[in-house]
Design a protein around this ligand. Sequence first.
Ligand code: ATP
Length: 237
Amino acid sequence: MSTPLLQVEDLETSYGDAQALFGVSLRVHPGEFVTLLGRNGMGKTTTVRSIMGLLKPRRGRVVFAGQDVTGWAPFQVARLGIGLVPEQRQVFPNLTVRENLVATAGNRLGHAEPWTLERVYALFPRLRERQGHLGANLSGGEQQMLAIGRALMTNPQLLILDEATEGLAPIVREEIWACLQSLRSEGLAVLIIDKHLVPLLRLADSHHVLEKGRTLWQGDSTALLAARETLRETLGV
Ligand code: ATP
């Protein structure tokens, strides 16, 4: 197999004296769609924060695109080509949809066919309709589409989505899954945290299950389907 785009090795991270990660390891290869699963409070968001440099791990390594980025500042990690869609979406409330999309746009890595407003609007026609509206006035689903569109406008090599479908109506969730399917077919690498196992079994290549801050299980969708009963409690589904 190819060299991993993202390699997380044995991460240990704490909040003050409270240790949250006790050894998380995962890999995402170029073009791969990978999940991070587990019940609430098991360390998924902490793992993402540690990857992005928002938290400093006390042990372990994060290697991205061949560089050891452990302990780097978040903007430096993002510049290497990681687009984060954070748990709370965090769209700019006082900027319009269009302004949100162009605010952080860039093609630092020189992609031949970079993401543009037109491409994002083609992916989410709803954002074109709402392009003059303020972020604060969007529905939850529209904000989520905007958060994904904004991350894409940075032309990442890896997109990380933390609970992208949380709290969304089923019909909007389906739209997000369809968008991810199309990103997948374009070869973008994706690391996703989500509670909806069924669509992920279809979409993802490999899965990592966290339990109490550790990688407890990893495998492909066929293996996860087979282990589903055994892992039911750990997965919280
Ligand atoms: P959820 O889906 O609920 O966000 P998660 O798997 O993403 O769950 P984390 O948010 O990473 O879990 O939390 C892992 C552990 O770290 C939990 O015990 C949680 O209480 C703790 N934790 C998370 N954020 C903080 C914080 N800011 N300060 C102290 N402890 C925290």
